[in-house]
Write a protein that binds this ligand. Structure first.
Ligand code: SAH
Length: 671
């Protein structure tokens, strides 16, 4: 079946109808999925296997048959572990059809077809009885339904249902329990992802401070979890205010309740500071004794044990609704509220009456709109005073008192900055009454009356658009600039005046794993899964670059960075393609896992903002990246798939093409 899906092209802004194969979504789902990353998670796999063996033994010691229910079987891995451990029969339930099909193949290939029945259903649809999906209830419940927040993928309702309908009372569960830990911290860096800080502007008549409106200051933000690779956050970027404490745990071997509830703990602060952030992670005990433990604890908590890198489980950053000053040794009460799928936190200084624990405190809802418009990294970017200085410096150069400015960017502070610096007229931004006018028109439908018959003398953009996923999607600014050409004065200044696309070849410390085939996992042949991912990656004719925030994923440069394309915003978007071919010499030893691409915006002739590589920090080639932006990563599958390190190439040749009609940048590499 073919379907047509309408979408706005993120770069050109044009509405386009794409013919989507119905399999498109699931190819995307598989290609970008975390299955490969999970299969590479050695620590997880080993501990599941130990836990499953122990559970099967306990059941057998009681003289019972071991009947396993594996909910969310994926590749069938945990069921195959159970069958190998001596389980008599496994019911492997998987809701996602392509995965269930893969599980059937993998189970067969590994010779377990007589021991494992794959059921392509959501677990809540599974029936038990002589004619049902399962002959009888299971006495071992195995699952891996957790996300970084533990419960975000619906583990609680699934367990609740399974205990009621699918497993025996007193069953064994692997994992046996999960525990959520918290630690209270102060962190200007992380707090800057949730609140807009005052912005200082050095204008001719002295320093001015732009402050955010009070509804923004007091806004609790959005409930979506902020999950990051906390192990990449240097300890200098936060101050620990409390010990690590257990917030709550869930025993999966007993009936589980998914209904909203709350948990309260008392904390004694270990330092004075501002309580702003709750850092949180969990661990799972695979057996009742807690000897087989798989933890997401960050580096400073368990400094002795080797950290397992993984991307499918990270750590959570929760923003308290307001920052709260605390002194050392103060007793404070932290409450975790949760519904079926998410968790949020509140800090109180005095103990509320026991029974008043208000379970029904609602999850945070943004009241100021800003949290709906700006995501966490955008907040961080707007709070970056260095970046703001670059814009101020450039605005000072281009603005005159009689400038008529038009700003094209989503939720930008540029108009406010420009106003404070002294532009008289401003035609797009927030408030500032008669000085700044917000035009609710798309660039192509702008009329002279919107502009009060003035010609624009300064056209501004950061550029930033909420629809951008890849770095070059912000080239929408160029298209918008082209659309408003007739409103521009003949001597218009465009800021930024141009942009450039840069590229570098890198070796990733870990990120390559997410695109690397697995072969065998704990002795089980999962190549069917590898093939399936490969097939999905190739589903689109051209392989695509994908966005990743590289500050979270260490890598080293193997080549010098190179400018590959430039885009001149002083002119309109050209009719012809822009293309570049060349080669990058490899200067260091290492595996060329891929190319990283990013944009630089040249505000004026001598001031630029860089959304990518900020520094190569040492002679090993370790890279530092703009912490507020995602960069584009193009993985070289030939290198990642290679079993052994073949002869290292000395150069990578590239061909890059920008098609102005589609706004797309395509690329091809040869090693
Ligand atoms: N067990 C595998 C895969 C875990 S990923 C492993 O450990 O490697 C979780 C899988 O569970 C996904 O494939 C998802 O589609 C599936 N899933 C989640 N909730 C489910 C439910 N209630 N019923 C059936 N499948 C579910």
């Amino acid at each position: 079946m073919k379907t047509f899906c309408g979408r706005a092209n993120p770069t050109t802004g044009a509405m386009e109808w794409l013919e989507e194969d119905e399999s498109y979504d699931y190819h995307q789902e598989i290609a970008r999925s975390r299955y490969a990353d999970m299969l590479h998670d050695k620590d997880r796999n080993v501990k599941y296997y130990q836990g499953i063996r122990a559970a099967v033994s306990r059941v057998k010691e009681r003289g019972e048959k071991a009947i396993v229910l594996d909910i969310g079987t994926g590749t069938g891995l945990l069921s195959m572990m159970a069958a190998s451990a001596g389980a008599d029969f496994c019911y492997a339930v998987e809701v996602f059809k392509p995965m269930a099909n893969a599980a059937v193949k993998i189970v067969e290939k590994n010779g377990f077809s007589d021991k494992i029945k794959v059921i392509n259903k959501h677990s809540t649809e599974v029936t038990v009885g002589p004619d049902g999906d399962m002959q009888c209830r299971a006495n071992i419940l195995v699952t891996e339904l957790f996300d970084t927040e533990l419960i975000g993928e619906g583990a609680l309702p699934t367990y609740e249902h399974a205990h009621k309908h699918l497993v025996q009372e007193g069953c064994e569960a692997v994992p046996h329990r999960a525990t959520v830990y918290v630690q209270l911290v102060e962190s200007k860096r992380m707090w800057s992802w949730n609140k807009l800080f005052p912005v200082s502007v050095e204008a001719e008549d002295g320093e001015k401070i732009i402050v955010s409106p009070s509804e923004m200051k007091n806004c609790p933000g959005v409930p979506s979890v902020c999950d990051i690779q906390l192990n990449q956050m240097p300890s200098s970027d936060f101050t620990i205010l409390s010990d690590v404490v257990t917030m709550f745990s869930v025993d999966f071997s007993k009936p589980v309740r998914s209904a909203s509830t709350c948990y309260r703990v008392q904390l004694e602060t270990v330092k004075p500071g501002k309580a702003q952030i709750v850092l949180s992670w969990w661990d799972i005990d695979m057996d009742p004794s807690g000897k087989i433990n798989c933890t997401m604890a960050p580096y400073w908590v368990k400094p002795t044990s080797a950290l397992q890198w993984r991307d499918h489980w990270m750590q959570c950053v929760y923003f308290l609704p307001n920052e709260e000053p605390v002194f050392q040794g103060e007793n404070v009460y932290l409450t975790a509220y949760r519904d079926e799928y998410s968790v949020w936190y509140k800090l109180q200084k005095a103990r509320e009456e026991e029974n008043k624990a208000d379970v029904h405190v609602e999850s945070p809802v943004c009241r100021c709109q800003a949290h709906l418009l700006w995501n966490r990294s955008r907040f961080g970017e707007l709070n970056d005073q260095n970046r703001t200085c670059q814009y101020i410096k450039s605005l000072m150069k281009v603005l005159k008192t009689d400038s008529a400015c038009l700003c094209i960017s989503d939720g930008s502070l540029l108009p406010v900055l420009a106003h404070y610096i002294g532009a008289k007229q401003f035609l797009k931004a927030n408030h500032l009454e008669d000085k700044i006018k917000i035009l609710e028109a798309r660039p192509e439908s702008l009329t002279s009356s919107h502009l009060e018959d003035k010609k624009i003398s300064v056209l501004l953009g950061e550029p930033f658009f909420t629809t951008s996923l890849l770095p070059w999607h912000n080239l929408y600014f160029w298209y918008a600039r082209t659309a408003v050409t007739m409103h521009l004065a003949s001597d218009v200044t465009v800021l930024p005046q141009s942009a450039s696309l840069h590229m570098m070849i890198v070796e990733f410390q870990d990120l390559w794993r997410i695109r690397s085939p697995c072969g065998t996992c704990e002795g089980f042949d999962v190549r069917t899964m590898d093939d399936m991912i490969k097939n999905s990656l190739n589903f689109r004719e051209s392989k695509e670059a994908e966005p990743h925030p590289l500050w979270e994923y260490p890598c080293k440069s193997l080549s010098d960075p190179q400018e590959v394309l430039t885009f001149d915003f002083r002119r309109t978007v050209p009719q012809h393609c822009l293309s570049a071919e060349g080669s990058l010499n490899l200067l260091r030893k290492g595996k060329s896992h891929g190319a990283v691409l990013w944009m630089e915006y040249h505000l004026t002739a001598d001031t630029s903002v860089n959304t990518g590589l900020t520094q190569i920090s040492n002679d090993k080639g370790n890279c530092e990246w703009n912490p507020h932006c995602k960069q584009a990563v193009y993985f070289f599958s030939s290198v990642i798939d290679a079993e052994t390190q073949a002869d290292l190439p000395s150069a990578v040749t590239y061909a890059i093409n920008f098609n102005p009609k589609t706004g797309e940048i395509t690329m091809d590499f040869k090693l």
